[in-house]
Design a binder for this molecule. Structure first.
Ligand SMILES: Cc1cc2nc3c(=O)[nH]c(=O)nc-3n(C[C@H](O)[C@H](O)[C@H](O)COP(=O)(O)OP(=O)(O)OC[C@H]3O[C@@H](n4cnc5c(N)ncnc54)[C@H](O)[C@@H]3O)c2cc1C
Length: 305
């Protein structure tokens, strides 16, 4: 945290009162899939939406704020994250079905969304079964798999913006592209509404099982990883470019390009986030040299080195 202190001029932050949990200097490595990286200057787990709104409204506007889900698409740099990291816990993890509509808390997992949909006979969100993450992360990242993505099913998202305002954003406001949205900086997705189509629960379960089995066969699901590292460039598969550049299995310290799926980086032991990010940069350089294509990071890299 020394680096964070220096970065923020060792300013003592007078944080507004909260009803949830506010923790100073909170290690983030245990909360992210890579199991690497530094601490959050402050970790805030709000009691409910009002708690989050009141806190953000009263918080010094110069303090940076970011959302954290399951950390399945994140490299948290080793020097930690300045400002406040907001993590939505149990009060935001509920999912309810009404007709063909699902109302999902921002902290709900993809598995809960898809299984609630199955039980209610709602088809079309089976793909969320296979993406480790929360509704907040899916909305922010336009998460997708097997030909579907959040943009196909989202009706609207409820968001608390950095100034504490609770607002509703539609698809057009989010301006979805491949694994990207225009969610405003510092905004936290507290819930989202998805709409599917009528389906038979047995057929929905069969599709969920098919997706889960395909995943298991192709991805290192039980590893410390961050999911797909690079976006697929137009007309290319990122993994194929990485493979063709000779990077399958490439190592830097305990960081390694997965042998099973070349677009996944792994922490095989005690890799630092610096090791993981440097390995990613080496892969980008090798791919550029071999194919002339510049890979863009899909994994979000946050914090200070
Ligand atoms: C094994 C594995 C397989 C994966 N497969 C896929 C796949 O098939 N398709 C796919 O799209 N992704 C995949 N991913 C990546 C990842 O699961 C998705 O990007 C997911 O949407 C991230 O969700 P999260 O809640 O964990 O977000 P995090 O990783 O915690 O954060 C990702 C981004 O979302 C922001 N964020 C998180 N929560 C909120 C919130 N409540 N409000 C505002 N912003 C928020 C963070 O600030 C960050 O910018 C995979 C990852 C792993 C580890």
């Amino acid at each position: 945290m020394d680096r964070l202190g220096a970065l923020l001029g060792r300013r003592q932050m007078n944080l507004p009162p909260v009803r949830g949990r506010l923790t100073a200097n909170a290690p983030l490595a245990p909360l992210v899939w890579f199991k690497a990286g530094g601490a959050a200057q402050w970790l805030f787990e709000p009691a409910d939406t009002d708690d989050l709104s009141d806190f953000l409204r009263a918080l010094d506007p110069s303090v940076p704020v970011m959302g954290l889900g399951l950390g399945s698409n994140l490299i948290v740099r080793d020097g930690g994250v300045p400002g406040v990291v907001v993590r939505l816990g149990k009060p935001f993890a509920r999912v309810a079905a009404d007709g063909l509509t699902l109302t999902c808390g921002g902290g709900a997992s993809g598995i809960l969304v898809s299984s609630t949909a199955r039980d209610a006979g709602i088809a079309g969100v089976e793909f969320l079964r296979s993406i480790p993450g929360t509704v907040g992360g899916f909305v922010r990242m336009n998460g997708g798999a097997y030909g579907r993505e959040v943009a196909d099913v989202l009706v609207e998202a409820q968001v608390v913006t950095r100034d504490g305002t609770l607002t509703t954003l539609g698809k057009a406001d989010l301006n979805y592209r491949y694994r990207h949205s225009d969610l405003p900086e510092g905004a936290i997705v507290v819930s989202a509404t998805f709409r599917g189509e009528a389906g038979d629960p047995v057929a929905i379960q069969t599709e969920m099982d098919r997706i889960a089995a395909a995943r298991e066969a192709s991805q290192p699901l039980r590893s410390k990883t961050g999911g797909s590292t690079f976006k697929n460039p137009d007309g290319h598969k990122a993994w194929a470019l990485v493979d063709a550049a000779g990077c399958r299995g490439l190592r830097k310290g305990d960081a390694q390009v997965s042998e099973k799926h070349c677009n996944f980086l792994l922490n095989t032991g005690n890799a630092t986030s610096a090791d993981i990010e440097a390995l990613g940069e080496e892969v980008r350089a090798k791919v550029l040299a071999a194919s002339g294509v510049t890979l863009e990071w899909e994994i979000q890299r946050v914090g200070v080195a």
